[in-house]
Design a protein around this ligand. Structure first.
Ligand SMILES: NC(=O)c1ccc[n+]([C@@H]2O[C@H](COP(=O)([O-])OP(=O)(O)OC[C@H]3O[C@@H](n4cnc5c(N)ncnc54)[C@H](O)[C@@H]3O)[C@@H](O)[C@H]2O)c1
Length: 360
């Protein structure tokens, strides 16, 4: 256990950097000690805003006293390379989603952290939303009975200008994909976290409304290992951007989540008698509009869930345990997304255990 605060250094001072800096500030026992960006103006801007030394040189940044955790907020295809260098320098690694854009590079990062004996955590902040956790626990407690159907719908909107706002956005090499790899990954992770492992996938993807190398529309049908079916709909072409949804149906219960808010939870106990045609009770809308969604803009994402995940990572270091979302946990949504791409490209069903036998 460290007798001082756990020191965080940010790598990548772009759009998501203030969210992490604010989260670190809010976590007792965590302290921001340095920031790094190859763009000197961006490094200076975040460094001055948060009152910490800023760097453009990785070696100087890594040598900063009190630096325990390297927090990687880079274009996704750089996560593993920079994370592995940080691990080799003896730093814990907390990396933004997706862990990287290929299973091979993700495994390299996982193995580099294991070899160095440092912690690796991957951001998937929606797993910390209280009402999402409530549903996960209810499924684990058997309140849903056998699972029937799980659906994730991420119908967001991004302009062509958004894709042009960074030279890595919408590229195969560094974004790794589009509406699923960058935006959909959050709720795809929740879907598999709650429903369990995915066995096979059939999918179609398109690039519908943007000039980009990757998909802005995808629809997939899933079969889970427990026999339930599922679907994923992901897009950045749906004007004006709708709140993301997760719908979990078991034989005995249904949960409807919208932008992390539980909009409906129905089970046989709270509905009473259900007739031949189901129930006539209508769904009450209890969304207060304060959900932390990013449907129409990534800057509308609040930092409270990142704060919860940073707090967990600090506790994992202090208690010498695994963080809530490890590198291996983060492989699962990555595999699902890559399987969707493979299924669409080859027009066939993809079985995940065969496709990813090297990471299981
Ligand atoms: N969890 C979330 O809700 C969430 C939201 C937005 C972004 N993200 C993730 O965060 C990551 C960054 O996204 P963003 O939108 O902030 O990107 P961005 O383009 O705004 O910022 C990336 C920064 O990295 C810098 N950079 C690039 N290569 C570098 C290198 N080798 N060394 C140092 N700096 C380098 C760039 O100059 C830029 O300032 C992505 O992986 C994205 O998926 C997560």
């Amino acid at each position: 256990m460290l007798s001082r605060s756990v020191g965080f250094g940010i790598v990548g001072c772009g759009v998501i950097a203030p969210t992490h800096c604010d989260a670190i500030k809010d976590v007792p026992g965590a302290e921001l000690v340095a920031v790094l960006d190859i763009d000197p103006e961006r490094a200076r801007s975040i460094g001055e805003r948060y009152g910490v030394p800023y760097f453009t040189n990785q070696a100087e940044f890594l040598a900063q006293p009190g630096l325990d955790v390297v927090n990687i907020l880079l274009p996704s295809g750089f996560h593993a390379t920079v994370g592995s260098a940080a691990a080799q320098a003896g730093k814990h690694v907390l990396v933004e989603k997706p862990i990287d854009v290929t299973v091979e590079s993700a495994l390299k990062l996982i193995e580099a952290c294991e070899a160095a004996g440092v912690k690796l955590g991957v951001i998937s902040q929606h797993r910390f939303a209280p009402e999402v956790i409530k549903v996960k626990k209810a499924v684990e407690a058997g309140e849903f009975g056998p699972l029937v159907l799980g659906e994730a719908s991420i119908k967001w909107y991004r302009t062509q200008k958004y894709y042009e706002s960074g030279n890595w956005r919408g590229t195969k090499a560094l974004d790794g994909g589009g509406a699923l790899m960058n935006q959909g990954v959050h709720y795809i992770d929740l879907l598999q976290w709650i429903m369990g492992p995915v066995e096979s996938i059939k999918a179609e993807v398109q690039t519908r409304t943007h000039q980009i190398e990757v998909e802005d529309l995808a629809v997939a049908v899933l079969r889970f290992a427990n026999g339930a079916l599922g679907s994923i709909t992901g897009s950045t072409s749906i004007f004006p951007g709708l709140p993301e949804k997760l719908e979990i149906h078991g034989q005995d219960a249904t949960a409807l989540i919208e932008a992390d808010v539980l909009k409906g939870f129905y089970n046989r106990a709270n509905l009473g008698e259900v007739g031949n045609y189901g129930t006539k009770q209508t769904i009450s809308d209890k969304n207060d509009g304060k959900g932390p969604g990013g449907a129409a803009s990534p800057t509308s994402i609040g930092h409270s869930l990142h704060t919860a995940q940073v707090a967990d990572f600090v506790a994992a270091i202090q208690e010498n345990r695994d963080p809530a979302i490890t590198g291996r946990d983060a492989l699962r949504p990555l595999e699902i997304i890559l399987a969707i791409y493979r299924s669409a490209a080859e027009n066939r069903e993809v079985k995940l255990s065969e496709e990813f036998s090297n990471s299981r």
